[in-house]
Design a protein around this ligand. Structure first.
Ligand SMILES: NC(=O)c1ccc[n+]([C@@H]2O[C@H](COP(=O)([O-])OP(=O)(O)OC[C@H]3O[C@@H](n4cnc5c(N)ncnc54)[C@H](OP(=O)(O)O)[C@@H]3O)[C@@H](O)[C@H]2O)c1
Length: 280
C-alpha cells in the first residue's frame, strides 16, 4: 500500500496516477468531500489531520511507501516521518524545494528542518527538490481575466518552472518502485527557463488578446497577495521567493524529469494550453 499524505496539487495527481497503474493507494485528507473523485477512481480515502499523530498512524497501517507532500509545516511532516519509522515503512518520497537552514525564507528553513528529521529517522527516502510550480501562475488568473495583466516582484528573472503534474508523476514513479532511488535527490524542472515576459507572450497568443506583465516592488506584491486573501506570513514568503527570482535564484533547468519518466517534461506552453479556461 502506498500512502500519499495530502490531496493537493501534487498529491491528488500522484494518487490518480498510482490508481491508474492498478497499485493500491491511500490518501489522507481533512475533508473527504473534496476527495470524492479520487475515491471514485479507486483510491482509499482516509480522513485525518497531519497535526493528529493518531490519525496518521491509522493511515500508515500496512503502508510500504509514502509520498510526503503537504504545506510543509515542520511539526506536521515530522509527525508523518515518525509514524512511518514506527510502522517500518520502506521508503518516503519527500516533495521539497530549494531548502536551506540559512535561507531568508522561513518556508525553506522549515523544509531543511524536515529533511534533517527525515535523514535522522533512518527511513530510506528520496527528495524531489522542485523549481517553482507552473500552477503558481494560476494565482494570477483572476487578475488576468479581469484586467488582461498581472504583476510580480520577479523582475526579468527566469525560472525553470515545472508542472506540478510532472512532480506528481515522478513521485508516483518512485513510490511504485523505490529501491533504486534511496538516498537520491532529484532537481525537478520544466524544459526551459521562463520569465514573466515569456508568460505574458504565451498567454497573449493562447488567449488571443494582449496580456501585460508589470514589474512590482516587494511591498506592492506582498500587499496585492494579502488583498487577494493570502495570510500575511505566506504573502511575505511568496514575495521573498519571487524577489530572489529577480536575482536569478530560480534560473536552473535539469534533465531529471525526462530521465525519470522517459518522456519530456511539460512545457509552459502545454501547461497554459491545458488551463486557458481559467484565464478567461
Ligand atoms: N508551489 C511551488 O512553486 C513549489 C515549488 C517547489 C516545492 N514546493 C513544495 O510542494 C509542497 C506543496 O505541495 P502542493 O503544491 O501539492 O500542495 P497544495 O496544493 O498547497 O496542497 C496542500 C494540501 O495539504 C492539505 N493540508 C493542509 N494542511 C493539512 C493538515 N493539517 N492535514 C491534512 N492535510 C492538510 C490541504 O488540504 P485542504 O484542502 O484540506 O486544505 C491540501 O490538499 C510543499 O512542500 C512545497 O514546498 C512547492
Amino acid at each position: 500500500m502506498i500512502l500519499v499524505t495530502t490531496a493537493g496539487k501534487v498529491g491528488s495527481e500522484a494518487v490518480r496516477l498510482l490508481a491508474e497503474r492498478g497499485l493500491p493507494v491511500r490518501v489522507l485528507v481533512r475533508n473527504p468531500a473534496k476527495a470524492k473523485p479520487l475515491a471514485e477512481a479507486g483510491v482509499q480515502v482516509v480522513v485525518g489531520d497531519l497535526d493528529a499523530s493518531a490519525s496518521i498512524d491509522t493511515a500508515m497501517t500496512g503502508v510500504t511507501a509514502v509520498v510526503l507532500v503537504s504545506p510543509a509545516v515542520p511539526a506536521q511532516e515530522l509527525n508523518v516521518v515518525a509514524s512511518a519509522a514506527r510502522a517500518g515503512v520502506g521508503h518516503i518520497v519527500k516533495a521539497t524545494s530549494k531548502a536551506s537552514l540559512d535561507s531568508p525564507i522561513a518556508r525553506r528553513r522549515g523544509q531543511s528542518e524536515i529533511e534533517a528529521g527525515l535523514a535522522a529517522s533512518g527511513v530510506p527516502h528520496s527528495l524531489l527538490r522542485s523549481n517553482a510550480y507552473m500552477q503558481n501562475v494560476l494565482a494570477s488568473a483572476p487578475e488576468i481575466a479581469r484586467t488582461d495583466g498581472f504583476g510580480s516582484p520577479a523582475g526579468k528573472g527566469r525560472t525553470g518552472m515545472v508542472d506540478a503534474r510532472d512532480v506528481a508523476a515522478v513521485a508516483a514513479e518512485i513510490a511504485a518502485a523505490p529501491d533504486a532511488h534511496a538516498g537520491k535527490t532529484y532537481w525537478l524542472t520544466g524544459p526551459q527557463l521562463v520569465s514573466n515576459y515569456d508568460v505574458a507572450t504565451v498567454l497573449s497568443r493562447l488567449l488571443n488578446r494582449t496580456i501585460t506583465y508589470r514589474e512590482l516592488t516587494f511591498e506592492q506584491a506582498k500587499d496585492a497577495m494579502i488583498r487577494a486573501g493570502l495570510p500575511e506570513q505566506i504573502a511575505h514568503m511568496n514575495a521573498q521567493a519571487l524577489s530572489l527570482t529577480a536575482d536569478g535564484d530560480a534560473e536552473w533547468v535539469t534533465e531529471d524529469v525526462p530521465n525519470l519518466l522517459g518522456r519530456p517534461a511539460r512545457s509552459f506552453e502545454q501547461f497554459a494550453a491545458d488551463h486557458t479556461a481559467t484565464f478567461t
